[in-house]
Design a protein around this ligand. Structure first.
Ligand code: ADP
Length: 487
C-alpha cells in the first residue's frame, strides 16, 4: 500500500518547467504502478514532443543568466539541494521503493548517493580551471577558459530513478548548464521529488526542468536529440536506445555521453578468499534484484574452488527474504515489470534446457506477485547459453568453470559491451595483469561494490562513453575556449 510520508508535498503529479508545476498541454496523463503490488500509485502528465520543445526554450533562456553565475554560487545551490535531500531522505527513499520496488535500505543508499553526488559536484564547481599556455610565438599569449556547453537533455532509466539523474544534473548545475530531464515512465516520482527540492533549494527557474512522458517517448527522444537549442544529450539506458539517440544527435552534432548496458564478468581465481568472493558476488549480483547496469552477469570460477564457491553462494541466496521492499527485513524486491520476469525466465529455461542445473531458485515467484522471480543460482553454465551472451538484468547468478588466466580473460572479453568487471584474487601481479587485460571501463578488485562519486564511472565498447562523477565528471558539460592574445 501507500507509504506514509512526513512531507506529502514530495509526491508530485505535475511536471516542473520554468519554475511552474504544469500538466501536459493535451491534459493527458499516464498511470504509474507499484511493481510489488501492481497497484496504481497515481498519474503523471503525458507530455508530447511539443511540450518538451517549450521546456527546451525555457532552458535556453535560463542558460543566458545561469551560465553567468559565479561558480561559488552554483556550489552553494548544490550544497543546499544536497542538504534538503538529506532532510527528506526517509520520504525520498519510500517514494523510490514504492515506484521501483528495491528494498528500503537500498533506496536509502541511493538517496545517500544522490547527496554524495551533489556534494561532490558542489566541491568541483569552484575548481573549474583553465590553462595558461606558453605560445610558440613570443608575441602571443594563450589561455583557456572552460564554459558550460549549454542546454543538456537528460534521459534516465528506472533502475536508479534518483541517482542517475543526480550524477548528470549535479554536473550540469555545477558547470552552469541548464537541463531538460526525461525520467523513465516507470519511475517519474523520484525525479519530480528532486525537482521539488531543486525549487526549494532556490535553483533558478528554467535550470532544472523535469517532464514526464510514456507513449511519446520516441518523439520526445527525437526532439531532445534534434532540437538545435539543445547542446548535449546524456543518456543512461540500453545499448539499443543509445544507438538510436546517437544517430539522431548526429543531425545537429551534439555532444553526447552514454552509459549503456553491461554484461559484467565476475572472476574468482583459485587463490581468492572464497567467503569474501561470495559476499562480493551477492552484493554485485543481487542489488536491485540484479537490475543494475554493473551487476555481475557471468560468473567464472576457477575449477579448484568452483564447488565450494557454488555451495556457499547458493546457501546465502536461499537465505534471502524476497518480498515488498517497503516491508521490514526484505532483502530482495520485485523486478520492475512482467517483461523483466519473462527475460530472466527465458535465460533460466534456456540454460536448464541445455545442461545447466539450478542449485536454488529457477522459477518465477508468482506466489508473491506477478513481478517476482526466485533468486537463482545456476551451475554448469557455458558460452552457448543466452545468459552468458545477454545482460539478464535479474536475480540470476550463472556459474561457469575456468582453468587458466588467459582462458578467462578471453571469455570475459568475448562480448560487445564493457562496463564493469570484478576479480577476486590475492595475487598482486594477477590483479594488474587481469585488470589491464579486461575490456571494461571499471574493475572491482576483491569488492563487489564499486560506485561512488569519486569514481570515474563509464564504459568502453558498446557500453558507451563519457565518464560520470569524479574529477572528470564535469568535462562532458564543459567546452574549452582558447583565447589567443597578441601583445
Ligand atoms: P530499460 O530497458 O532500462 O528501460 P531503455 O533504454 O529502454 O532501458 O530506457 C532508458 C530510458 O530511455 C528511459 O527513460 C526510456 O523511457 C528512454 N527511452 C526508451 N526509448 C527511447 C527512445 N527511442 N528515445 C528516447 N528515449 C528512449
Amino acid at each position: 500500500g501507500k507509504p506514509v510520508l512526513k512531507n506529502p508535498k514530495l509526491l508530485r503529479d505535475k511536471s516542473y518547467v520554468d519554475g511552474q508545476w504544469i500538466s501536459a498541454s493535451s491534459g493527458k496523463t499516464f498511470k504509474v504502478f507499484d511493481p510489488a503490488t501492481c497497484q496504481e500509485i497515481g498519474s503523471v502528465p503525458e507530455h508530447t514532443a511539443a511540450d518538451y520543445a517549450k521546456a527546451i526554450e525555457h532552458a535556453k533562456k535560463a542558460f543566458a543568466s545561469f551560465s553567468k553565475t559565479s561558480n561559488r554560487e552554483r556550489s552553494n545551490l548544490l550544497r543546499k539541494w544536497a542538504s534538503l535531500l538529506t532532510e527528506n531522505s526517509e520520504d525520498l527513499a519510500k517514494i523510490l521503493t514504492w515506484e521501483n520496488g528495491k528494498p528500503l535500505p537500498e533506496a536509502k543508499g541511493e538517496i545517500a548517493s544522490c547527496v554524495a553526488n551533489f556534494e561532490w559536484f558542489s566541491e568541483e564547481a569552484p575548481r573549474i580551471y583553465g590553462d595558461t599556455i606558453p605560445s610558440q610565438n613570443p608575441n602571443t599569449r594563450i589561455h583557456t577558459i572552460k564554459q558550460p556547453v549549454g542546454v543538456c537533455g537528460i534521459i534516465t532509466p528506472w533502475n536508479f530513478p534518483a541517482s542517475m539523474i543526480s550524477r548528470k544534473v549535479g554536473a550540469a548545475v555545477a558547470t552552469g548548464c541548464t537541463t531538460v530531464i526525461k525520467p523513465a515512465a516507470e519511475t517519474p516520482y523520484s525525479a519530480l521529488a528532486l525537482a521539488y527540492l531543486a525549487e526549494e533549494a532556490g535553483i533558478p527557474k528554467g535550470v532544472v526542468n523535469v517532464l514526464t512522458t510514456n507513449e511519446h517517448v520516441q518523439d520526445v527522444g527525437r526532439e531532445i536529440c534534434e532540437n538545435p537549442l539543445v547542446s548535449k544529450v546524456t543518456f543512461t539506458g540500453s545499448t539499443n536506445v543509445g544507438r538510436i539517440l546517437m544517430k539522431q544527435a548526429a543531425s545537429t552534432l551534439k555532444k553526447v555521453s552514454f552509459e549503456l548496458g553491461g554484461n559484467a564478468p565476475f572472476i574468482v581465481f583459485e587463490d581468492a578468499d572464497i567467503d569474501a568472493a561470495v559476499d562480493g558476488a551477492i552484493a554485485s549480483k543481487f542489488r536491485g534484484s540484479g537490475q543494475t547496469c554493473i551487476c555481475a552477469n557471468r560468473f567464472y570460477v576457477h575449477e579448484k574452488i568452483y564447488d565450494e564457491f557454488a555451495k556457499k553462494l547458493a546457501a546465502k541466496v536461499s537465505g534471502f527474504k524476497v518480498g515488498n521492499g517497503l516491508e521490514e527485513g526484505t532483502t530482495q524486491g520485485p523486478l520492475i515489470n512482467e517483461k523483466a520476469v519473462q527475460k530472466v525466465d527465458r535465460h533460466v529455461q534456456d540454460a536448464l534446457g541445455k545442461h545447466a542445473h539450478a542449485l536454488v531458485g529457477g522459477k518465477p515467484a508468482t506466489e508473491l506477485g506477478e513481478n517476482f522471480y526466485s533468486p537463482t543460482v545456476l551451475v554448469d553454465v557455458d558460452a552457448s547459453m543466452a545468459v552468458t551472451q545477454e545482460e539478464t538484468f535479474g536475480p540470476l547468478a550463472a556459474l561457469s568453470k575456468f582453468s587458466t588466466d588467459e582462458e578467462v580473460i578471453k571469455l570475459a572479453n568475448n562480448v560487445e559491451v564493457g562496463l564493469a568487471a570484478y576479480i577476486y584474487t590475492n595475487n598482486n601481479s594477477r590483479v594488474h595483469r587481469v585488470s589491464e587485460g579486461l575490456q571494461v571501463g571499471m574493475v572491482g578488485v576483491n569488492t563487489g561494490l564499486i560506485t561512488e562519486s569519486a569514481l570515474p564511472f563509464g564504459g568502453v565498447k558498446e557500453s558507451g562513453f563519457g565518464r560520470e562523477g569524479s574529477k572528470y565528471g564535469l568535462d562532458d558539460y564543459l567546452v574549452i575556449k582558447s583565447v589567443v592574445n597578441a601583445i
